[in-house]
Ligand binder design. Structure first.
Ligand SMILES: [Ca+2]
Ligand SMILES: [Ca+2]
Length: 203
């Protein structure tokens, strides 16, 4: 049996709580008449740790808090220490420069192409907030019910995180630890507000 290492690339660990965070969410994309804003959606992750990590094996839950939809990241998506990387519904339509996007197998990663149900929801109320979460098996890495308390952004305005304390079970979304973006990003259009691939610029 040949179990030699020559065919295996480097392997990296999946994140633990406190190592990788949801740092920015673009759930409210451009409102295209007769179309879907989902094509513009993306979220950003931040590797706060000093380790190179992979998102391969991370489960993403999205949708509404009372009816989550989930998918597994099956591709090797590597996060360098300190990196901010964008995971878009579609790398082709998100209007985020390629250098800011997460990469899988040498190409920009997309989680939504041909998976129309993978939407980042825009609205909700008590008991059914829009939600985005990252898990490794049963371990929650991050979990944000981002509309909670009525903290909703406008069309083409992301929300950015300004506090990176490790996720603790049962802690509600805290809007004071987030801001609504106020500056356009390079490579987007004149109404795309956010900091894809970069640290938050919250006041
Ligand atoms: Ca949306
Ligand atoms: Ca950012």
């Amino acid at each position: 049996m040949d179990a030699g290492p020559r065919d295996a690339g480097p392997t990296y660990p999946t994140p633990l709580p406190g190592e990788v965070f949801l740092s920015e969410i673009n759930y409210n994309g451009e409102n295209v008449a007769g179309g879907s804003e989902t094509a513009f959606e993306w979220f950003e992750v931040y590797n706060k740790s000093s380790k190179t990590l992979t998102l391969k094996g991370v489960t993403v839950e999205l949708g509404q808090s009372d009816a989550p939809k989930a998918f597994l990241i099956a591709e090797e998506v590597i996060l360098a220490p300190g990196a901010y990387k964008v995971l878009p519904f579609s790398a082709a339509t998100c209007r985020v420069p390629a250098g800011m996007l997460a990469v899988a197998n040498g190409a920009p990663y997309s989680y939504g192409d041909a998976q129309a149900a993978r939407t980042l929801n825009n609205s909700g109320a008590a008991g059914s907030w829009p939600r985005l979460a990252l898990k490794v098996g049963a371990v929650t890495i991050d979990d944000q019910q981002y509309g909670q308390g009525g903290f909703f952004s406008a069309n083409q305005q992301t929300i950015q995180r300004k506090d990176f304390a490790a996720y603790a079970p049962g802690v509600a979304f805290d809007a004071t630890k987030w801001c609504k973006s106020s500056k356009v990003w390079a490579g987007g259009n004149a109404n795309d507000f956010g900091t894809p691939g970069l640290a938050s610029d919250c006041p």
